[in-house]
Design a protein around this ligand. Structure first.
Ligand code: ADP
Ligand code: MG
Length: 339
């Protein structure tokens, strides 16, 4: 008999968990993405002790059909992709079917969900990848997931968790990004019962910017809007005097997905050019819309990095749109303007 064996589902999930679930913030990112994909208009995130004790996410989305509640925790089980052609046309945030099995492999998870407002739903409890219970239970429409004792069965990973404050910093980043990417969704973030963020969900991006960066920052933002046959930009860009010491305030969102792309960041920096002091970066939130076939999101498990199929065209468009917006409000030296 040969030595090669196919790994069983349990071990495969633990390995996948290592990639998908790096820390509490990654759990929250995955669960919020699921809520957004389910069409939620309200998403509440409550965490205890930096998310290491408990993470709870409640949404008012579609809910999960009772017969799908256990399947949702299988590896590569997804309602979002049905053929490999779909992979080139992705409109949802998730599609790999890896988040729920990975999270459940390394924590104690309780899922309570209902797919209608009949008041009847289903509750499933999974601990360390093993199903503990599955039963009908009263529930409002939507999904309520609690993740307790993350990494309780992977002590080596637990050991690498930083202080509660550091973990909370990562968690706030994740929730802020999603709130910026989805001003049409009302977000709430609580830590140990302290309210850290609340957005209205009325579609007003400037209000979201104000609740994250403060009223003064929001007041000095310029509205940006541009369109060509392939791309559409909306959002707000900071006046050049509103600078920051790092790139963290440069938010780029593509089709509702918060992304990082070096070429895009360079294009933004070229557009501000000499308007910014050396070593300073702008505050901005750029929302880009394009056909899903123009962007490949299947590059990285956390889906933060993407590839653009027409990168040069896109970056030139972004650079021109920012320059144009800045030139209307700011006195740009003529030399620069004519370039
Ligand atoms: P993916 O998001 O890649 O499909 P997940 O493991 O994150 O994989 O979720 C598996 C499936 O469970 C999803 O495809 C979806 O059908 C269902 N699901 C998970 N979370 C929610 C939610 N909050 N609301 C509705 N359905 C959900
Ligand atoms: Mg998902």
């Amino acid at each position: 008999m040969g030595k090669i064996q196919v790994l069983d589902e349990h071990i495969a999930n633990q390995i996948a968990a290592g990639e998908v679930v790096e820390r509490p913030a990654s759990v929250i990112k995955e669960l919020i993405e699921n809520s957004i994909d389910a069409g939620a208009t309200k998403i509440e995130v409550s965490v205890e002790e930096g998310g290491l004790d408990s993470i709870r996410i409640t949404d008012n989305g579609s809910g999960i059909d009772p017969e799908d509640c256990e399947t949702a925790f299988y590896r590569h089980a997804t309602s979002k992709l049905s053929s490999s052609r779909d992979l080139y046309q992705i409109r949802t945030l998730g599609f790999r079917g890896e988040a729920l099995p990975s999270i459940a492999a390394v924590a104690k998870v309780k899922l309570l969900t209902a797919n209608s407002d009949s008041g009847l739903g289903r509750q499933v409890v999974i601990e360390g990848g093993s199903l503990k219970s599955a039963e009908d239970a009263p529930a409002p429409q939507g999904t309520d997931i609690t993740v307790k004792e993350l990494f309780y069965n992977t002590p080596a990973r637990l050991k690498y968790m930083k202080t509660i404050q550091t973990e909370l910093g990562h968690i706030s980043d994740v929730v802020y990004r999603q709130a910026l990417a989805h001003p049409e969704i009302g977000f709430v973030l609580r830590h140990n019962a302290n309210l850290l963020l609340q957005t209205q969900g009325n579609g007003d991006l400037l209000q979201v910017i104000a609740s994250i960066y403060g009223n003064n920052a929001a007041k000095s933002m310029l509205s940006i809007s541009a369109e060509d046959p392939d791309y559409k930009i909306t959002g707000y860009i900071g006046r050049p005097e509103l600078t920051r010491s790092n790139r963290a305030g440069m938010s780029t969102i593509v089709n509702g997905r918060f992304i990082r792309n070096p070429a895009l960041q360079q294009a933004i920096m070229r557009a501000y050019h000499t308007l910014l002091p050396i070593g300073r970066y702008p505050l901005l939130v750029l929302e880009l819309q394009m056909h899903p076939s123009l962007v490949d999101v299947n590059v990285h498990p956390a889906k933060l990095e993407v590839r653009f199929s027409k990168e040069a065209e896109l970056t030139a468009f972004v650079e021109a749109a920012i320059k144009e917006t800045l030139s209307q409000e700011v006195l740009i030296p003529q030399v620069v303007k004519q370039k």
